[in-house]
Ligand binder design. Structure first.
Ligand code: SAM
Length: 253
């Protein structure tokens, strides 16, 4: 049942989505005014009408809805990349993940969702303004119970003594290698997301010093080609998100 204070995703007849907080108040759209109080006590999937007679459906928002609507600081990790990070590193309920930089908190939210209520994500963010944005976004997603945000540089060291995985989206992941070898459990993953190939190259040069500590690295790039499905023709969409980043996976021995 929908209660006062819940976040609800309203979907209008065109498929346009609005993330709203349920209160006894009006919500104005270009298809008319809605009284959000009408949703209180109704189940998700309930429909309400605007004063112009347009029907809106109230859904329970998932993490993708939250990420799509939340405030952004720096560029976020795309869901296609977050998905493969979680799948290839085997990030599971109950795991402790150390992350940096939190940025807008998108990857933090994906990780928090994967580790579940018994897991922990400890995320370092060096910039105070991005730390504040990430904190608010994690709260919006309802994951403050399992996420600890730290406004500090992970290059200076990792406070935690043990972690199942370390996941990085920052310019110089090689700076974290010396700290990671002390903290990562055997079998745990060190994941580095970097947009540029020269960053991967620099990382591999630094890795030579730590060769004995990890299994053979794996680097992937994820391409998702969406399809256009029409009655008379099915074909790949003309435009595509061509490149986001390279993802390097190291497994601790
Ligand atoms: N993965 C994030 C998301 O999905 O929202 C976006 C991360 S953003 C591209 C990179 C972040 O790393 C920036 O917010 C930057 O301030 C942070 N950063 C850079 N160096 C850092 C360091 N040494 N320690 C912690 N954070 C750092």
């Amino acid at each position: 049942m929908i209660s006062v204070g819940d976040r609800v995703l309203l979907v209008d007849p065109r498929g346009k989505r609005y993330l709203v907080k349920v209160e006894d108040k009006e919500f104005h759209t270009d298809l008319g005014i809605l009284n959000l109080g009408e949703l209180i006590g109704k189940p998700y999937g309930a429909k309400i009408q605007s004063h112009r007679g347009e029907t809106f459906t109230a859904l329970k928002p998932d993490i993708n809805d939250i990420i799509a609507k939340m405030r952004r600081g720096p560029q976020i990790v795309h869901p296609k990349d977050a998905g493969i990070i979680i799948a290839y590193a085997g990030i599971s309920p109950g795991d402790t993940v150390i992350e940096a930089g939190a940025g807008s908190g998108a990857l933090t939210i994906f990780l928090a969702n994967a580790v579940g209520p018994t897991g922990k994500v400890i995320s370092y963010e060096v910039r105070k303004d991005f730390y504040e944005i990430a904190k608010k976004n994690v709260e919006l997603a309802g994951f403050s119970d399992r996420v600890v945000l730290k406004n500090k540089s992970i290059y200076d060291g990792i406070d935690e003594k043990e972690a199942d995985h370390i996941v990085l989206d920052l310019p110089q992941p090689e700076n974290v290698l010396p700290h990671a070898v002390d903290v990562l459990r055997p079998g745990g993953y060190f994941v580095a997301y970097t947009p540029c190939m020269n960053q991967v190259h620099r990382f591999f040069r630094a890795l030579e010093e730590f060769k004995g500590e990890f299994m053979r690295p794996r680097v992937v790039e994820v391409l998702v080609r969406e399809q256009e499905v029409k009655r008379e023709c099915m074909r790949p969409k003309t435009t595509m998100l061509a490149h986001t980043g390279y993802i390097t996976f190291l497994r601790k021995l």
